[in-house]
Ligand binder design. Structure first.
Ligand code: FES
Length: 140
């Protein structure tokens, strides 16, 4: 038997009508990297031009690769989907690689979000880059 989650069906339709593609909607509904990391190597925060706030937690592994990234977000669906997609792009990668990820890379993963939400992708990427830069600086 399939149990229908009507509230997420309604959200899905609303987001789709607003211009979000399926991958973006899935990232938003699953929120798989939302939350915090208890023993993070780096915690950084950024406020977007819209006033929304993102906090990023970064954990490195023993080989100096990005083990895990989590976000706490006070922001819109665009920001949440972008941040979750950004994590998938950098997990298991080096800091240098992750610093080269840009808004366009995240947009490609999301496939589409409304144009007025593009600055939310920027906030997700900039917050992660801020965390990575600060982590790098501390390590030197
Ligand atoms: Fe503020 Fe999207 S993050 S409107």
């Amino acid at each position: 038997m399939v149990i229908k989650n009507t509230s997420s069906d309604a959200e899905r339709k609303m987001l789709s009508d607003a211009g979000y593609a399926d991958p973006a909607i899935n990232y938003y509904l699953e929120k798989k990297y939302m939350g915090h990391i208890e023993n993070a190597d780096q915690v950084s925060e950024k406020v977007g031009s819209c006033g929304d706030i993102m906090k990023v937690y970064i954990k490195m592994d023993q080989n100096n690769l990005i083990d895990d990234v989590r976000y706490e977000i006070t922001g819109c669906a665009g920001a949440i989907s972008a941040a979750m997609a950004a994590v998938d792009l950098v997990k298991g990668k080096t800091i240098e690689y992750a610093l080269k990820i840009n808004d366009g890379d995240v947009f490609k993963v999301l496939e589409n979000i409304p144009e007025k939400k593009h600055h939310c992708i920027q906030l997700a990427v900039k917050t992660m880059h801020k965390g990575l830069q600060e982590l790098k600086t501390e390590k030197v």
